[in-house]
Design a protein around this ligand. Structure first.
Ligand code: PLP
Length: 484
């Protein structure tokens, strides 16, 4: 047996796979969005031990149909409208394919000049695509959680240059308790950063929000002053533009004035919302971003890049290097003074060739193509909002800034037979049990909300209308259940 597939076998198999993938993507709307299986089913399809002798891959597509497809929640499905749905463009899929084949590891420039420099070139394209201030540098990580972790590590490094990095936090009497400020609606990834960086969840202060679920700047100012008086050290504020639950927008301009005055790092989490900047109508969300020290945006959330690809924009990239760079002998090269070695700018050493899929996708659509698709999502959300507002059985619960709607059914029983939250919990369960659509929920200020996210590449106006019909049908079934 040779060490890899022969060229002929590879071509044959790859052609079969290409056909399989194109059929999968083309016909995805005929499938149920959600699988029927119970936890443990797929695992039980595999024996405990791997094959002793290698086997032909000839029949692997059959196994994919038998084992993998029945266990799939189809993120590319036009009626996947849960979480922040991210769909993969074919251009992005091809970028991933090539990245796997090239199999570069861009630890340092020399280990992959192509990957290093394409990343730099694409980040410049991406910054200009979104119209971000020229002074931001950028770097690709896998997810927003990791981008934000690096941003907060920079805030910590800025507060105590070289001290925590060298001496650590444990037992260090020089370091007072640090504090990070987020709104009540911030993503849990910031608390995970606090866990990882030794700051502690208790030191992530959640600032109250107003009726639109946006951080109240006065409350932020008050919390910072209170903390300083009590001997804490405020190091970072995270403002969210497009929160996970309701896509609310924190007032970054007002928050920025505070962080500037207080000399605190300002990180903006626009993991989902940032992609809307490809449209002219959404430019207003950038208000105050000139104050930011760092911003995270995930092209994998709403720019049709296959998972994963997150971009951290950073004003002063040197701080990342100061926080993380360690150069072991075997990674020293003769061009270290003039080239970028991405290993210096974060925790990981090895890095995938993610910029290929960013290149393919931006090149294929161009700014105008991306703007057309995302504007269409925004318009569809506005249309659906109107439809929901006109139906007296339902109500919209949060401002619709982007392409996400939060709504609920009004409780026809006035909390007598069932609470409104429970009624809506049952409603979403019925909706998702149809498997025809996948919606997710949230609970904000003790209100259970059903969320609809319209960001699929294949999602059409018809899909949105059909989903609304499913919601109403299931609502009627629920009425029957409680009337009987
Ligand atoms: C606002 C926001 N920030 C961060 C994240 C975390 O994203 P990731 O899965 O890329 O870490 C999410 C996830 O939905 C999010 O909505």
């Amino acid at each position: 047996m040779i060490n890899d597939l022969s060229q002929n076998d590879f071509e044959k198999l790859a052609n079969n796979f290409t056909k399989y993938i194109s059929d999968y993507l083309e016909n995805i709307s005929e499938k149920d969005v959600l699988p029927q299986i119970k936890p443990g089913w797929l695992k039980s399809q595999f024996s405990e031990f791997p094959p002793t002798q290698g086997e032909s891959l000839e029949n692997i597509l059959k196994e994919i149909d038998e084992k993998i497809i029945p266990a799939m929640t189809h993120w590319n499905h036009p009626k996947f409208m849960a979480y922040f749905n991210s769909t993969a463009s074919s251009a992005g899929v091809l970028g991933e394919y090539l990245a796997a084949a090239f199999n570069t590891n861009a630890m340092v420039w020399k280990s992959s000049p192509a990957s290093t420099e394409l990343e730099e070139a694409m980040l410049l394209w991406y910054k200009n695509l979104l119209g971000l201030p020229y002074f931001f540098d950028a770097i690709i990580y896998d997810t927003a959680s990791i981008s934000s972790l690096h941003a907060i590590a920079c805030a910590r490094e800025k507060a105590y240059p070289q001290i925590i990095r060298n001496e650590g936090l444990s037992g260090n009497s020089k370091i007072p308790k640090m504090r990070i400020y987020v709104s009540e609606e911030a993503h849990s990834s910031i608390e995970k950063s606090a866990i990882t960086l030794g700051i502690g969840i208790q030191n992530v202060r959640k600032i109250p929000t107003d009726n639109n679920f946006s951080m109240i700047p006065k409350e932020l100012q008050k919390a910072i002053e209170e903390d300083r008086n009590n001997g804490f050290l405020p190091i970072a504020v995270v403002a969210t533009v497009g929160t996970t639950s309701t896509t609310s927008i924190d007032p970054v301009d007002k928050i920025g004035e505070i962080t500037q005055k207080e000399n605190i790092w300002l990180h903006i989490d626009a993991a989902y919302g940032g992609s809307a900047l490809v449209t002219s109508e959404m430019q207003y969300i950038k208000n105050g971003w000139e104050f930011a020290d760092s911003i995270v945006i995930n092209p994998h959330k709403w720019m049709f890049i296959p998972i994963d690809l997150s971009v951290l924009f950073i004003r002063d990239k040197k701080i990342l290097k100061q926080a993380f760079s360690i150069i072991p002998e075997y990674l020293k090269t003769e061009v270290d003074d003039i080239a970028t070695n991405f290993m210096d700018y974060g925790i990981q050493l090895g890095r995938r060739f993610r910029s290929l899929k960013l290149w393919f996708t931006i090149k294929y659509y161009g700014k105008s193509g991306l703007e057309r698709i995302i504007s269409n999502h925004l318009q569809l959300a506005k249309k659906l909002k109107k439809i929901i507002e006109q139906d007296e059985r339902f109500e919209i619960l949060a401002p619709v800034h982007f392409s996400t709607l939060c709504f609920r059914a009004k409780n026809p029983y006035n909390e007598n037979k069932i609470t409104t939250n429970q009624f809506n919990q049952e409603l979403i369960d019925l909706i998702n049990n149809t498997k025809k659509v996948f919606l997710s929920h949230t609970n904000v200020k003790n209100q259970f909300m059903i969320r609809i996210v319209i960001s699929g590449l294949k999602t059409t106006e018809n899909d949105v209308f059909e989903v609304w019909e499913i919601i109403k049908e299931e609502y009627n079934k629920l009425l029957i259940k409680y009337t009987l």
